[in-house]
Write a protein that binds this ligand. Structure first.
Ligand code: 2RA
Length: 338
């Protein structure tokens, strides 16, 4: 397949290329797309070098699939142009996620919703993906009433500029890198991810509220979130308090989580085993541990959930969507229609 990776020089774009190669995605031709200043730069992929091409050149080449990770405004403008030439777009920005005409997909949960009419498919926000993957089987079993989540998010979620800021601060040369955040991030914690909205929540927090309902197909699920940036690189962590309508048996919860595709239970506190970003880093699994009943309220569970935000939270989920499109015969069909 002819595959365009839009935003190929960014952190997520680099991870997309890695994941496409690792999973042996059937790439016959790669079109790495980035800003004009990067055009011509060579990108290594599966022992070959591919030059970065412009957006227009990529559209003219009519790729079968384009995986976007270039920000909301680029997606809003360019994804429809790819779709018009018959390319299936999988978009990692927030541009299309809440558009009622677009699917928001975590393959383990709702890939079955995909149809031949889906030309632009939205990849959810990283912090939402790991949360819904950890709770969707429990929702089927006990029906979720309300989720209270606090996140501890890696600087890699902001991008390369934030990684550079953290490293410069850690090296004792804070002015050596431009600032991604309004405050120092090393030895600090910022209760501020993305922009503040009129209701006092950040956009990141509201993504978790809205996207959860859409992916799980259940508007009755209440979610409240506090999203926090911490000076960590390996992945996002989340403390999730989930209240169910029906009571649960903790051993059944363990069983359901062990049976959930994409989830790995790491929960052996006697031996200090619990999920940590340094262990999630580079992995596709969502790690779940510290499972315990909330003793302050009926039918309520506490969980600690960690995942590499660049992998399952972004690149891996996007590539899995493309794989599902192939499996369902939708990727080829979309191209044939063009
Ligand atoms: C973050 N959720 O971690 C974003 C990345 N998509 O900032």
């Amino acid at each position: 397949m002819k595959v365009a990776v839009v935003g190929a020089t960014g952190l997520v774009g680099g991870e997309m290329l890695k994941v496409l190669a690792e999973r042996n995605f059937p790439v016959t031709e790669l079109l790495p797309v980035a800003s004009e200043k990067s055009v011509g730069q060579l990108i290594d992929f599966q022992d070959k070098k591919y030059p970065v091409v412009s957006m227009d050149a990529a559209i003219a080449a009519r790729p079968d699939v384009a995986i976007f990770s270039a920000g909301g405004s680029v997606s809003k403008e360019q994804a429809p142009r790819f779709a018009e030439v018959g390319t299936v777009v999988i978009d990692n920005s927030s541009a299309w996620r809440m558009d009622p005409t677009k699917k928001l997909v975590v393959p383990e949960i709702n890939a079955k919703e995909l149809t031949p009419d889906d030309k632009i498919i939205a990849n959810p926000n990283c912090s939402t993906i790991q949360m819904v993957l950890a709770v969707h089987k429990l929702h089927e079993a006990y029906k979720i009433k309300r989720i209270v989540v606090s996140t501890y998010q890696s600087v890699t979620g902001t991008g390369k500029k934030a990684v550079d800021q953290l490293m410069a601060e850690r090296a004792g040369t804070p002015d050596a890198a431009p600032k991604a955040y309004p405050h120092p991030i090393d030895l600090n914690v910022l209760p501020h991810i993305d922009v503040f909205e009129d209701n006092g929540y950040t956009k990141e927090e509201m993504k978790m509220v809205k996207e959860t309902k859409k992916i799980m197909g259940d508007d009755s699920i209440k979610v409240t979130a506090t999203a926090v940036r911490i000076p960590v690189m390996g992945g996002h962590s989340e403390a999730i308090n989930v209240e169910f309508e029906r009571d649960f048996d903790l051993q059944d919860v363990y069983r359901l989580l062990r049976e959930t595709d994409g989830v790995e239970v790491v929960d052996d506190v006697a031996n200090n085993q619990y999920p940590m970003p340094k262990d999630a880093h580079g992995k596709d699994a969502v790690l779940v541990g510290r499972l315990r009943r909330d003793e302050s309220q009926a039918n309520t569970l506490n969980m600690w959930v960690v995942a590499d935000n660049l992998r399952k939270g972004a690149a891996t989920n996007a590539v899995q969507i493309a794989e599902h499109m192939i499996k369902l015969g939708l990727l080829k069909e979309a191209v044939a229609v063009s």
